[in-house]
Design a binder for this molecule. Structure first.
Ligand code: DAK
Length: 261
């Protein structure tokens, strides 16, 4: 599809933003294609997604500055809403999404990576929210998600100064989970995604929901959310099989794949 490719490897879906001439910057067309690809993911078959950028140099170099430069206030708000709705869709997808950040993740690029559950990056990755240098605020959730991931102090420092950071610093402040040599990034992302896909899917989905929804509320409510989701796993085929397998003393037995029911 246009600016966004979609490939399947077993139970893992790989979404690639493919506009390398503009370092995969997000214009309206890219956002439209991205939404269509996400909407078309077969959630009965796919258990984990990887989001990456085409080429060796950039994950996503931000929202398209050329397109944004002539927006009116109303158009700017509308553009922000399109991006925010898609990023929120990624964040709340029932299955986990891993961002494989292969280079620049600036502005909207850093923001889309933060709407994913896990960020892995290459050694040449560069993260930043340079918007204040362009006369705007981060508009795709950057002020909110960066503060939640690295804490308000670090987030404010990065956003107010517009300073870009390299992979080791992103790792040190907890913005990325792991850093790999460029050629190992996709194999490692795939290995992690397949490892997730092997777990009981109902339980993995419940964990994502519990963590995301629990972070939005106070601890009492959060624990109640966890209790409900914990309870929802019982009587599923996967729970019965997973526990029966553990309790079976026959150590020769090989674990069957979970059935997602
Ligand atoms: N937009 C459009 N084109 C871009 C781009 C971008 N963000 N980033 C790079 N490109 C294009 C360049 O214009 C160039 O195109 P040609 O000249 O070849 O046609 C091509 O990609 C290659 O880029 P460079 O020649 O600049 O490559 P370099 O290696 O020299 O530099 C760079 C790479 C990533 C350091 C540099 O390209 C750069 O600084 N890019 C801009 C990075 C940036 O500032 N990103 C943040 C954008 S602001 C909101 C909604 C959303 C947002 C804000 C508000 N609301 C409406 C509420 C989000 C804002 C942003 O993301």
């Amino acid at each position: 599809m246009g600016f966004v490719d979609y490939n399947v490897d077993g139970q893992v879906g790989i979404i690639t933003i493919n506009r390398p001439k503009a370092l995969n910057a997000l214009n309206s067309e890219v956002l439209k294609d991205l939404e269509a690809v996400i909407d078309a993911v077969d959630l009965d078959a796919i258990r984990c997604l990887i989001l990456t950028g085409a080429g060796q140099k950039s994950f996503v170099a931000g929202a398209d500055i050329g397109e944004m430069s002539t927006l009116t206030k109303e158009e700017g708000e509308a553009f922000g809403k399109i991006g925010n709705d898609i990023f929120r869709k990624i964040e709340t997808l029932p299955i986990p999404v891993i961002a494989a950040v292969n280079g620049f993740a600036l502005g909207g690029g850093c923001e889309i990576s933060m709407s994913c559950d896990i960020r892995l990056c290459s050694e040449n990755a560069i993260f930043g929210q340079p918007e204040v240098g362009l006369g705007i605020t981060p508009g795709f959730g950057g002020t909110q998600r960066l503060a939640r991931i690295v804490g308000p102090g670090k987030a404010k420092q990065l956003i107010y100064t517009g300073r870009n950071i390299k992979a080791p610093e992103a790792y040190r402040i907890g913005l990325v989970n792991e850093v790999y040599p460029a050629e190992e990034l996709m194999p490692q992302a795939l290995k992690m995604a397949k490892g997730i896909a092997k777990q009981a899917p109902i339980a993995v989905r419940a964990c994502k929901k519990a963590i995301n929804e629990g972070l939005e509320v106070g601890m009492d409510e959060a624990i109640a959310i966890e209790e409900k989701l914990f309870g929802s796993c019982f009587e599923t085929e996967d729970q019965k099989y997973g526990m029966a397998f553990f309790l079976d003393k026959n150590k020769e037995k090989v674990k069957e794949p979970f059935k997602n029911c």
